[in-house]
Design a protein around this ligand. Structure first.
Ligand code: FAD
Ligand code: AKG
Length: 338
């Protein structure tokens, strides 16, 4: 087979995971990443990186289960390997607490994390304003380390990287056989998807080495995630808010709410305030379509709209892209005349 030229747009956790999966699984493809921003300047870089996805309303739960299962298994294999510190991937245990029992206390992902259980009355005494809680161990994947690690793995598989903002997919058509869109929030403009919107997230990175367990309050607007170099305190979920500037009021609110759950945070030194825009979408988009060229068609595969759970579903959705590319090339061989 001739070499299939693939362009992956985006170098966040979704673009890099997808590019690695394609380059390693399809040796007849030459894969190039085109991205405007790279680590440490992507949204993925600032995310806490905890594996705990939300449920998308219109995607069959079996598909979401597979995305999470594959991501968890991939990252677990890194946790259990000597690569773990360089990749920034490790196990993290803690509590998810609620004021009321949630409507679905056992979402699909609870089958895969370790030791998932309801908190005891004794444990709940620490949180007098909450009436229900769950304790478990999941994986935390810090993208400030994981993205450079993925980039290295991608280059090792023969992948190429170019810093470029793509403004028009049509301009890529003469140069590539397959285009994979992993541009996250960028898809709002790049493919004109008005269903993609920003969900602004502000966090604080604090020095609090004594904290070892995560605490997340029901709706995910208050959380404490201990990490390698700092503890992440969150957060905000402001829909349709494009502001990338730090909001001092948000920072104060985050510190106040987190300190109510963990009073020792009043002694923590704030290292950094950070804002990222989650690529919100009602449903994650992992789909394919064909773009018309002069005498042939070019495959366009989308992988964007992961909202607040891009790291949690990254490897699984990337493997779906591999499946779609493989299937499509089989159905419609390269440069087949129409
Ligand atoms: C505060 C916060 C905390 C979070 N915590 C977690 C968590 O604990 N767990 C979890 O699973 N998720 C978390 N998330 C969500 C997670 O960060 C996102 O789902 C994820 O980063 C999306 O990855 P992405 O690769 O699609 O987007 P990005 O990381 O934004 O990457 C997009 C890439 O596309 C490129 N791009 C865009 N447009 C173009 C263009 N036109 N041309 C070229 N390149 C382009 C960008 O330059 C970039 O390289 C959090 C998010 C925030 C904001
Ligand atoms: O939701 C969480 O608790 C983890 C952080 C996150 O995913 C987010 O802020 O989007």
């Amino acid at each position: 087979m001739n070499t299939v030229k693939v362009a992956v747009i985006g170098a966040g956790v979704i673009g890099l995971s997808t590019a690695v999966c394609l380059a390693e699984a399809l040796p007849y493809c030459s894969v190039k990443i085109l991205a405007e921003k790279f680590s440490p300047d992507t949204t993925s870089d600032g995310a806490a990186g905890i594996l705990m996805p939300k449920v998308f309303p219109d995607i069959p739960v079996e598909r979401q289960r597979r995305w999470f299962k594959e991501t968890f298994a991939h990252l677990q294999s890194i946790v259990e390997s000597p690569e773990a510190p360089e990749a920034g991937v490790y196990l993290s245990s803690g509590y998810h607490i609620f004021k009321e029992v949630p409507t679905d206390p056992n979402p699909y992902w609870t089958d895969f994390v370790f030791g998932f259980r309801t908190m005891t009355v004794h444990e709940m005494k620490r949180f007098p304003k909450h009436n229900f809680g769950q304790a478990f161990t999941t994986i935390k994947c810090e993208c400030s380390r994981y993205l450079p690690w993925l980039e290295k793995r991608f280059r090792k598989a023969g992948g190429q990287i170019k810093c470029e903002k793509v403004t028009d997919l049509q301009q890529l058509i003469p140069h590539y056989d397959v285009i994979v869109n992993c541009s996250g929030l960028g898809s709002h403009h790049l493919v004109g998807d008005e269903g993609v919107y920003p969900v602004r997230g502000q966090i604080l990175k604090v020095h609090a080495t004594w904290l070892k367990n995560f605490i997340r309050d029901g709706d995910g607007k208050t959380y404490i995630y201990p990490g390698i170099d700092h503890v992440t305190l969150g957060g905000t979920r402001q829909k349709d808010d494009w502001r990338l500037e730090v909001d001092k009021g948000d920072s104060e609110g985050i510190m106040e709410r987190c300190s109510q759950l963990e009073p020792s945070l009043q002694k923590a030194q704030v290292l950094e305030e950070w804002v990222g825009l989650r690529p919100g979408r009602r449903n994650l988009c992992v789909e394919r379509e064909w773009l018309q060229a002069q005498d042939h068609q070019v495959l366009l595969v989308h992988n964007y709209g992961h909202g607040g759970c891009g790291i949690s579903l990254s490897w699984g959705s990337a493997l779906d892209v591999v499946g779609l590319v493989r299937k499509s090339l089989h159905e419609k061989p390269l440069r087949a005349k129409l």
